[in-house]
Design a protein. Sequence first.
Length: 403
Amino acid sequence: MLSRLVCVTGNVCGRSLLSLVFRPSSSKQKLQNALQQILRLRSFNCDSRARNCQEEYSFVDTLPALTTCFDSYRIEEVIFRIVKWLDCTYDEASLVLTAMPQLRTCHFDAIDGYVKFLNENGISVPLLRQNSWLLEHSITTIRPKLQILSGWGIDANTVPLLRVTRVSLARYVSNQIDRSDFDNRISFLSQSLTCSLDDVRSLVTKQNLFMFRMKYEMLVLKMNLFLDHGLAPTELRNELRTFKYGEKYLKDRLNRAAAAEVKPFKLWMIRTTEEDFQKLLERRQDFNKELCIDRLTYLTNRLGCNDREIAVLMETYPILSTMSFAKMNTVFDLLYAYGVSSEQIRRFPVVLGRKSDFLEDRLKEIDSYGLKVPERLHILCLPKRKYDNELRKMTSNISDNIK
């Protein structure tokens, strides 16, 4: 690729162009401008080697090869710089670059100076390695925040606070909050959420800063409230915003859910509207009532047969074991209202799994022709085309009988 670029642009111009590729302060725009200028000043077949190739080269042909070369070199150069800045392995540096692709366009000299500034202000190389996200920032954005935190000192606990905006950080620190209180919260959250201290530090963002502003006693109370109701620490860690709700509201939702035996309780149930939450409780209560009913006895009474026959039916048609009582009741009442016998249902119990609205439409249509429901109930469950054909046959039979 490199030899082709030299061939295309000529020896002297090609070497000067490639020097731009390997220059740390270079950029794609600079390469593009240089290539345009060279190809403008020289013919596209620049020297004897190019003429021998009998190829016509243009800006469009050459630029992709040039930028590919630049990208490959640039990625390698950035990774080696990250290894130097963070004192880490090549693989670790590759992961950092994957997480922060914008580093590919950074000015190396500027970040060299920025890393030196961080080291001089208490952020050591190991600490920078743990908080590699700092490389996304600059002296201009970090200096004011370091000044705000100067009274607290810079260590593993306080460095994550540099993620917060300068205004929010100033408001938080000036709120007469004791440094020991902040450290206690880090330790408490680590124990309660069953995660490492580094995991908790990663949660220190502008969105979650309220966790460190609310009264410590209230934080402990809410945490115990959630854990006592069986909520998993991992779920809490992913939904810290639920700690924003008031104590009274949380107790009300959790206690009502516990009374209705809603298990497992999910944090979205706290955020949902009162109307939707009430519907959830009602569905759960209906389900609990159904569990108290003996399904075998219920089907025996509705179908008028013995336990053994019902047991065989439930084994043959497993849907009878899972269908809600409310739905079965509605379908049973509908079928019996149109003269269907229990024996017909026993021969074709699949009909109980159909929606009541669907069955009612077909029963009404059959009734509108003055017909009785056929002995075999399968017609009620047929696809529309087959159902229409069967209905046409039934109505034509009536016409023939009249004649």
